[in-house]
Write a protein that binds this ligand. Structure first.
Ligand SMILES: [Zn+2]
Length: 255
């Protein structure tokens, strides 16, 4: 009888743990759905803003800019909540018991929101890919062939190729970067195809090709780097221009 009771309570614990896990999974799923909703909203706001810029509705474009910043705030808040959840889930899985898990969650979320409110405008928005993309698309309406001035004062902080900052050369191909991707483990950047083919040869994980780095990179660690892509495109444009100039000079000499 006592044996049965203890096995019963064991089962009880297991099903409690399971139901907590399901609860987490539901929360994660909800927050995933919200994130997708927000990201659709961001695309929509960007499209509308481009249309408005085309008809010179400056004030309305500014309102779209404000909406986008709000959405980015929500997105960041969501991902902070998700991180809090993940941390609590890990602790629960490690056997930690909380008297009031909701209170712990609330407190940690509150702290995350407070931390976020102290982040600078530049960190919040100007370094946000979606925001940069938004500004880029609006810029292109009126300046189709002109590079957009950098939104950030320290634009190059997160572009590191090898030990050489700012290099636009892929360390694998030693050619200009093509479809640049950046490892989120070490911020080293490569041409997408080059690193992926190394990875395929290696069984889907590859030590970072930068000497001395040795981070184990997998496909999900590689993030498209639009900012770097624009830099490469700009550099190529400049090169083409200077080649043309050289041609003209040669022509002149020939004459
Ligand atoms: Zn690396």
């Amino acid at each position: 009888m006592s044996g049965r009771r203890s096995s019963g309570s064991l089962e009880g614990n297991t099903s409690l743990a399971l139901s907590e896990n399901m609860e987490y999974d539901n929360l994660f799923r909800d927050s995933e759905a919200l994130s997708q909703y927000i990201s659709k909203g961001i695309n929509y706001v960007t499209e509308v803003a481009v249309d408005l810029e085309e008809v010179d509705e400056k004030e309305k474009v500014q309102r779209m800019d404000d909406s986008l910043r709000n959405m980015i705030d929500i997105e960041n808040k969501l991902s902070a909540q998700k991180e809090v959840l993940e941390r609590i889930k890990i602790r629960t899985n490690n056997g930690r018991k909380f008297d009031d898990v909701v209170e712990v969650y609330d407190q940690e979320c509150e702290k995350a929101v407070k931390d976020y409110s102290q982040v600078s405008e530049e960190e919040k928005y100007l370094k946000n890919e979606n925001y940069e993309d938004f500004r880029q698309k609006i810029w292109e309406v009126k300046h189709p062939n002109e590079p957009m001035p950098s939104l950030n004062q320290n634009d190059d902080d997160d572009i590191v190729v090898g030990h050489q900052k700012d290099s636009l050369t892929c360390p694998i191909t030693t050619l200009p970067l093509e479809n640049p991707v950046t490892s989120d483990l070490c911020k080293h950047s490569f041409s997408k195809e080059a690193i992926l083919s190394l990875m395929r040869q290696n069984g889907n994980v590859v030590p970072c090709p930068i000497p001395g780095c040795e981070k184990q990179i997998m496909e999900h660690n590689l993030k498209e780097n639009k900012r770097l892509e624009r830099k490469v495109a700009l550099e190529n444009k400049k090169k083409k221009k200077s080649n043309k100039m050289d041609d003209i000079e040669y022509t002149n000499i020939d004459d």
